[in-house]
Every structure is written in C-alpha cells, then in structure tokens.
Design a protein around this ligand. Sequence first.
Ligand code: NOJ
Ligand code: MG
Length: 510
Amino acid sequence: MTGPWWREAVTYEVYVRSFADSDGDGLGDLPGLRSRLPYLAGLGVDAVWVTPFYPSPDHDAGYDVTEHRAVDPRLGTLADVDGLIGDAHRLGLRVLVDLVLNHVSSEHQWFVSARAAGPGSAERARFHVRPGLGPGRAEPPTNWPSIFGGSAWAPFGDGDWYLHLFDTEQPDLRHEHPDVAADALATIRFWLDRGVDGVRFDAAGSLSKDPGYPDLPEGWRPGDPAPYSDRNEVHEIYRRWARELASYPGDRLGVAETWGGPEVLAPYLRPDELGQAFAMDPLYWPLRAQLWRDGVDALLAATGRHGRLPAWVHGSHDVRRAADRWGPHGARAVLLMMLALPGAVYLYAGDELGLPEVTLADEAIRDPVFRRSGGAERGRDGARVPLPWTGESVPYGFGPTGSTPWLPQPTDWGEVSVARQRDDPGSALALTRAALALRGEWWRDRPAELTWRDAPAECLAFRRGHRGPTCLVNLGDVPVDWRPYGRRLLLASMPKVEEKLPARSAAWLA
Ligand code: NOJ
Ligand code: MG
C-alpha cells in the first residue's frame, strides 16, 4: 500500500437506523451493527462510515443532534461504540464517524436558551440570528431557501429570525463564535480519542456564511454559488481541524461532504486540509460514455493538483438507490468502473444487494423534505428502508421476529435478502464480493494516470498507467466484443458473459 490507508479505500456507509436492530424497537442500533461486522469484513470493504448515533429527536433522522459527545440511548451506549471500534479493528475494518457541526437540534441546550433569552442576547450570538424585515419584522431577513424547501429562516416570534439551511429544527451554528469553535474541536477530539480512524464532516461547505447576509441574485438556482456555500473562510476551519487530525497517530482521515464540481471540491484537498472530499456529481451522470470520460478526467485533474485522488460516491442515504438512478444493470457496471478508477470509493448499505428504491405511502415518510416541499418531493426515505437479511417476511432478520421496522419493508424483500443472494453466483452481492476481492490485486495502488483506449461508440476502456488490466464499460445498447482488450476475463458485471460484453455492463480484462 502506498500512502495513507484511506487513499484508495472502499468505505461502506452504514445508515445505522436501517442496518440491524438488536432490541426490536424498529430502529437499527450499534449492537446490531456490531453483530454484523463479520458480514462487512467478509464483503471485503476497508472501512465503515457510521451515520449519526448521537442523541437526537430525529427530525432529520439523527442529523439534528442534541449532544455531540454522547450516544442516543435508543441506539446504544458509549461502551457499544468502544466495542464496535474494537471489533472492527480486530476484523481489519476502519471506522469513520459522522460529525454534524454545521447545525444542532432545536432541542440542543444552546438553542433552547437562545430562544428563551430574547433579542440581542449573548445566547443568540451562537446562531445566525437577524431581525426580520418589514412591518412587525414579519418577513425573513433574506431570500435564502432551505435545502429542504421553503425559507431558510424561521421566526422566534419576537422580531428575530434564525437561519436553518436544512429543517427548522436544525438551526445553523456561527462558527465565528468562540464557544462554537471550541465545542466543535472538543467533539472532534472526543471521537478521535476513542479511536475512530476518520471523520466525515457533514454539510462541509456550509460552515461559513457571508456576514453581510446578501440576498441571492434574481435567477439564482440550486447549485449556483451562494453566500453560505464553500466560502474561503470555510477552509480556515478545515485547516484548523486538519491540524487536530494530524496530531493523532495513524493517518486519521477527514472527509468533506461536498456537493459540487471538481473546482468546488479541490480546495478542500489542499495539503493542509482534508484527505478526501466526496465526488457527488457522478451520482447524477446519465450513462453516456463521453460524459463519464470528461467528468472522470476533470475530477482526476482537479484532485491531482493537490496530490489527492477522487472519493467516488456510488450511492448514499441522500439520493435515490443506485439501481434506480442507473438501472439495475447500470448500477453494477458503474460499480466495476468506480472500483477500477484511481481513488477511494463509497458504497451505500444495501446497494451491494442491488436494492430498489422503495415507493413509500405518504403516511410512512419521515423525511422532512416531504413535508417542507408540500409533498412535491417524496424525499430520501425510499433509499433508507431497513435491510433484508434473511427469511420470507417482515422484518427479514433486520430485527427480532415480530418487530416493526421504522420504515416499512416491501412484502417481496425475501427475494433480495443477504441469505438469498449469498450463494447465488449471479447476484449483486456475489458481484460486489468478487469485485472487492479482485480490486486489491488488479487495481489498487496502480498509477494514478488513466490511459483511455479506443473504444466503440458508447463504450469506455481504460487502464491505470500504460500497462496492466483494462476496464471496459459498455453503456450502449449493443453487445461488444471484449477480446481486443485482453486475453482473460477477470470479472464481468453480468453473469455468463462469453465473447461479447452485453449492453450496460462492464468487465475487467487482463
Ligand atoms: C447531509 C446528510 O447526509 C443529510 O442526510 C442531512 O439531511 C444533511 N446533511 C443535514 O445534516
Ligand atoms: Mg433498536
């Protein structure tokens, strides 16, 4: 292995509430995850990212935190975290925690006292608080939209308004405030001291806001530059936190949850900042060969400027299931492509089973996006349905028999369970396991430069460096002969491939 352990690591995102429920309360928990670590070690991933397990009233499924240095009693105890880290390390797995430092829960002590203390108080200075506009200060201070829909400002009821880039129950912190800065640092240290190998910084680009609070220009659209996204000041915060990470032994990783193109994420990767920044753009790329080729080149170039590699994101709890975005076959092809590319890869729990996006009934949806958009957007819960492990009926081994998962599982999920796929060589699970086993030998730690080989229309063929295996991806509708690219078929994303690689599939050739 060259460089730090995470440079080309494959990290599996455990959405803890939906992974495994040990006590039957319907909510996945830390003992549940702990009991399934051997499954993840057997799958062949290098690291596990555990989504927030801190005390939370769950207005945004744990991303609304009341105490950053404690464990939600529904999900476990600090002793469970220690046990989890210990077990993971014994199995050769690294552990990343998810720190939500941009905002707190509206039930966090700081916000409760800010609400009570009134306009002009020291308590309100920890948050972004502005007087409302117009008569009675009844209008929001700016036209900023919440990422979850509606205005990003909510009234205290006394003329002051507070900023919440996400839900109203997630007030944004002012990182310029010394209490906020000190508390964030204490949180980072707390989890590093417990032995975690890395930290995901939630909403990484949002920590700094333009203190002039300017309105967004006419015609602004989501994704355009904004006075609360990826500002220069945010990088000063990461420089400070990176020094903290570097002061611990063992190459601790900081990974930024970035949403943006190559030029947005590259600055987070400067030598004195973080090791990784999520490459989320590919999540939305349609399966067109030239588009992927250009996009991959741009990400490699931008990250390479700082001696880093991309962190390819194949799926997450914030987007539709991979099998839905790219189609079931496309998701398998993209998996083989990402695992062959230079860089790290983030896989989302359940995508190794090829789970479909679930259409939930209105009453079942918990994601605040659904309510805040007035039902116009269904939100993200369709990708968060608890995993099917075994058996033919709910809860499919997610929890004890008779328990009811917090989001309803489809009635036919026995067919896609881990137990059902385990011994089926054509399954998504078997493919993921085989790919992870072969990746170490064929792709990992090869040259970071990509060589594109000539390929038929709507196909991609590349090597790392000028020699070694080729990854051939057929995004088109017609089968293509793989034999010009290698003598031996190491792995294909579809079962039973002979001389031709079927439409929407990928192969590794040597
Ligand atoms: C990003 C998280 O991944 C998402 O699930 C959450 O809603 C927002 N940040 C707010 O914390
Ligand atoms: Mg539970």
